[in-house]
Design a protein around this ligand. Structure first.
Ligand code: CMC
Length: 436
């Protein structure tokens, strides 16, 4: 970051001396006011629940311009990455800063593919779960549990440990997600196959059985690979900030990523694709496209507590560029599978059309986000709704790891410790029990 000529001055109406703060510039995006010395100098904190105006770190990985609807990974637009690169390119880019050469890609892919197997004892760990456990509950446990199996990569301060933990996490996540699925339906686990692509191997572990050969459908493989690219990173979102905060205590990378998985589960974040598909299913059950108007009225009624899932975003105040790419993939997958007349897809399109024209959504700049179409694609591929967030976690693992490793390597990094505005009782004495 670069020190700007500009400076910010904060002044107080009670006569306390004003305080001048440096301003830093990034390569693009808003400048930041450096408030680190504010408390020491004025005895005051800043107040920003939800981090609406707070940059919690400096980062060179992902940039979002929410007004333009632009998403860049290491400077490259998501549209170009989604159409010209695959997920392995994207992982290399996010982790090491640049797209790999042919040889580097071969080496990197080899490294990832050779770590896809999990410790055989993981299956006994798995057996402790109920068969109907939510996959995110299972994943939170399994990912945290990796730290008990891979003791040689748990020292976050050792760059070699960080590197190998990153590769292990990226490589083993699909195996764990597929295991969670197979366990839930009572089928045997399928071992990873190293001759397949990252997405192809995942399809094989999900839908293959030991009874017959599984042939990967290239259209579905490409669609899944695109889902992975689009979800790979999204700068300082809730789960990434969770991973950074958790990792800032010096905990091991598996534990930090498990915290990210737990955060992602929520319906306002990664759980939105599941919630979105459930919403479409509910409207469909009540009458489908004809009920769209009624549903939109409910969404606009603040007392109803109903939200249009898959719409709105903290940062994008324009069409989420990932949603456009996902809609394209949705068309391809439904065509391939002969599901062009899929009622939920038609319903989604009808909802989108009405919402994009309605003043409630227009005035609040609420547009479809990535989750609006990703659920339909995943459902068409055969992925159960409950597993959607698990797929998101699998794809986001590389982003979490890249951000975590960037933080550890940053000389300015400190344990994260927000402050508070205390509104509780002032000091008081404990009364005797008969006077409470
Ligand atoms: N449906 C109806 N109203 C909405 C919606 C929605 N989906 N999203 C925002 N609003 C309204 C909100 O009620 C508020 O209205 P008002 O100003 O009258 O009080 C206004 O729009 C601003 O919303 P906000 O809640 O202050 O915005 P936020 O930045 O705090 O929330 C959000 C962002 C994503 C949590 C929210 O838009 C939402 O809950 N969307 C639905 C869930 C969803 O699709 N989440 C996936 C996000 S993308 C994937 C990811 O990154 O994880």
């Amino acid at each position: 970051m670069k020190l700007s000529d500009n400076k910010a001055t904060i002044s107080f109406s009670n006569g306390s001396p004003s305080f001048e703060m440096p301003v830093y510039q990034g390569s693009i995006g808003p400048d930041v006011i450096d408030i680190r010395k504010l408390y020491g100098q004025t005895g005051m904190f800043t107040y920003d629940p939800g981090f609406l105006s707070t940059a919690s770190c400096q980062s060179a990985i992902t940039y979002i311009d929410g007004d333009k609807g632009e998403l860049l990974y290491r400077g490259y637009p998501i549209e170009q990455l989604a159409t010209s690169c695959d997920f392995m390119d994207t992982c290399h880019l996010l982790m090491y800063g640049d797209l790999p050469s042919v040889q580097k890609k071969k080496d990197f892919t080899h490294l990832v593919t050779n770590h896809t197997m999990v410790h055989d004892q993981m299956q006994y760990f798995m057996r402790g779960f109920r068969r109907d456990a939510h996959p995110m509950a299972v994943l939170t446990g399994l990912v945290g549990g990796l730290s008990a199996f891979y003791h040689d990569s748990t020292d976050i301060n050792n760059p070699e440990h960080r590197d190998i933990a990153a590769i292990r996490l990226i490589a083993k996540m699909p195996t764990l997600v597929a295991m969670a699925y197979k366990y839930s339906i009572g089928q045997p686990y399928m071992y990873p196959q190293n001759n397949l692509s990252y997405a192809g191997n995942f399809l094989h572990m999900m839908f293959g059985t030991p009874c017959e050969d599984y042939k990967v459908n290239p259209v579905l493989e490409k669609a899944l690979d695109r889902i992975f690219i689009l979800h790979a990173d999204h700068e300082q979102n809730a789960s990434t900030s969770t991973v950074r905060l958790c990792g800032s205590s010096g905990t091991n990378p598996f534990a930090a990523i498990a915290a990210g998985v737990a955060c992602l589960w929520g319906p306002a974040h990664g759980g939105a694709n599941e919630a979105c598909l459930n919403m479409l299913g509910d409207i469909q059950a009540k009458g489908g496209v004809e009920k769209v108007g009624e549903f939109i009225s409910q969404v606009k009624d603040k007392n109803s507590g109903v939200k249009l899932m898959g719409f709105g975003h903290r940062v994008y105040k324009n069409y989420d560029p990932r949603a456009k790419l996902m809609q394209e993939t949705c068309n391809e997958v439904l065509k391939e599978l002969g599901l062009e007349n899929d009622p939920l897809f038609k319903l989604a399109k009808a909802l989108e059309k009405i919402a994009l024209e309605d003043d409630y959504f227009v005035s609040r700049k609420l547009y479809p986000n990535v989750d609006f179409y990703s659920g339909i694609v995943q459902r068409a591929i055969g992925i159960p709704v409950k597993l959607f967030t698990g797929i998101f976690a699998m794809a986001r693992t590389v982003g979490w790891i890249a951000q975590l490793n960037e933080m550890i390597a940053d000389p300015e990094y400190k344990i994260g410790r927000p402050r508070q505005l205390f509104t509780g009782s002032v000091r008081r004495d404990v009364p005797p029990v008969n006077k409470r």
